[in-house]
Design a protein around this ligand. Structure first.
Ligand code: C2E
Ligand code: CA
Ligand code: CA
Length: 424
């Protein structure tokens, strides 16, 4: 963390003096500054800067002396901006953005050297905003990361046009009855070049470009179409059974898509799906990114009748205080707790407490990432209700999941006595 320094400059005093070495920039919080220089013995005012304005920004880019003087016209409060402040924030930015910014800053520095008539030997010492300690490595990495990202983006655009995306489905099973409550749709990219690509490798790229919007629309339509198909299979085999649900992952980035709900509603209508059969899953760690917008979007989703789940619950470091304010109906506990719960009493205590919390708040609970019989038994002991994980099934293609559903529904329903027998 870089220290934030606030300065108060009394009226008439100089904040910066022409000719001084320039290191920091300053943002005006309140008051007014005048930027001026002397030309042929005359005081020439270059600009006046009020709240929100910045002075001394060239100091962040060049080592050159200040090119003008800055004087307070009234008592003025400023915040100091250092190179470290910027580089700290840029560390988390998109590599393409960082790389482009670095190129622009280098050009600006060269341009200033040119304007000031400097020869190549006198060139201003280069600063990198991107990594104060290690400029070349950071720039090199950014360059290759940016190239890679652009390439994936281009291939992904092509994938959308060429129907290379597909949804796979993983069942969500009621622990007590082993009935299938629904499925989660998980996207895959069947790339002719890279083979089957998992979402972690391309969803972040889709999120950073705007590709997540068309991909998101395609997901809604494909998920509703598949749900319709699965509901038909279930209805044929077991008429009168409650209708299964489809969980669809939503990136918070999609909240900025004006047509989000229009497309969702259209997809549900086109495939005769009631919105309460669609559960939108939003990752907890991203909920606070833009709290007001997220809250508004979640409320709109509920008003349209969609169900809502917090995904990866327990990874967001966010306060529990927000939970009762969110209009969600399902908590999906992060897989990490399930993985650890058999060996680790602490993890088990957390799982058990979250189940209790969900019950008290009237929320549905889904344990995700259940792989073993031991985990399932441990979850049964603490009254978990719904289970998702490799123990029951990996995510499978629509054809495979149809066959899985048929086989499940054809098998005799589990009763308490048959469970006791199979456990014996
Ligand atoms: P997620 O929503 O938390 O999805 C669960 C992930 O855990 C899936 O990985 C699933 O295959 C995996 N999984 C399920 N059961 C088990 C298990 O028993 N053990 C283990 N080790 N893993 C299990 P997947 O399909 O690779 O998806 C990764 C992430 O990508 C998802 O995490 C989700 O955040 C994102 N994602 C997937 N599909 C979509 C989509 O359609 N849209 C968006 N925006 N994101 C998606
Ligand atoms: Ca999910
Ligand atoms: Ca999850």
């Amino acid at each position: 963390m870089v220290e934030t320094v606030v300065k108060i400059v009394p009226a008439g005093e100089n904040l910066l003096c022409e000719g001084d070495p320039g290191v920091f920039a300053y943002m005006v919080q309140s008051g007014k500054l005048e930027v001026w220089t002397m030309q042929q013995g005359q005081r020439v005012v270059l600009s006046r800067v009020g709240p929100g304005g910045v002075v001394g920004e060239l100091g962040l880019v060049t080592n050159a002396p200040r090119s003008a003087t800055v004087t307070a016209l009234e008592g003025t409060q400023v915040i100091r901006i250092s190179r470290e402040h910027l580089s700290e924030r840029l560390d988390e930015a998109d590599p393409l953005l960082r790389h482009t910014l670095q190129v622009v800053l280098t050009r600006l520095r060269d341009l200033l050297d040119f304007v000031h008539g400097k020869s190549l030997d006198e060139k201003t010492e280069a600063y990198s905003l991107l990594d104060v300690d290690n400029q070349t490595t950071a720039a090199g990495t950014d360059h290759s990361k940016a190239m890679h990202r652009l390439q994936v983006e281009q291939e992904l655009e092509h994938a959308v046009r060429n129907d290379e995306l597909e949804l796979h489905f993983q069942p969500i099973v009621r622990l007590k009855t082993r009935a299938i409550a629904g499925f989660e749709a998980l996207i895959r990219w069947r790339s002719p070049k890279h083979g089957m690509v998992r979402p972690d490798s391309f969803i972040p790229v889709a999120e950073q470009s705007n590709l997540i919007v068309p991909i998101g629309h395609w997901i809604f339509h494909s998920a509703c179409e598949s749900l319709r198909r699965l509901q038909q299979v279930a209805a044929q085999l077991q008429p009168g059974q409650p209708l299964i649900t489809m969980s669809v992952n939503l990136s918070v980035r999609q909240f900025r898509d004006d047509s989000l709900f229009r497309e969702l509603i259209r997809a549900a209508k086109d495939h005769h799906i009631s919105p309460d059969r669609i559960r939108l899953e939003i990752t907890e760690s991203r909920l606070l990114d833009n709290w007001e917008l997220t809250l508004e979007m979640l409320r709109t989703a509920r008003a349209h009748g969609f169900r809502l789940a917090i995904d990866d619950f327990g990874t967001g470091y966010s306060s529990l205080a927000y939970l009762h304010r969110l209009p969600v109906d399902t908590l999906k506990l992060d897989q990490g707790f399930i993985r650890d719960m058999v060996q680790n009493a602490g993890a088990q205590a957390i799982v058990s407490s979250v189940i209790e919390l969900a019950r008290k708040l009237g929320l549905e609970f889904i344990a995700e990432g259940v792989e073993t019989r031991e985990q399932l038994d441990a979850l049964a002991r603490i009254n978990a209700t719904s289970i998702q994980g490799y123990y029951f099934s990996r995510p499978r293609s629509l054809a495979e999941i149809e066959a899985y559903l048929e086989q499940k529904l054809r098998a005799p329903a589990r009763t308490a006595s048959s469970r006791a027998q199979s456990a014996a």
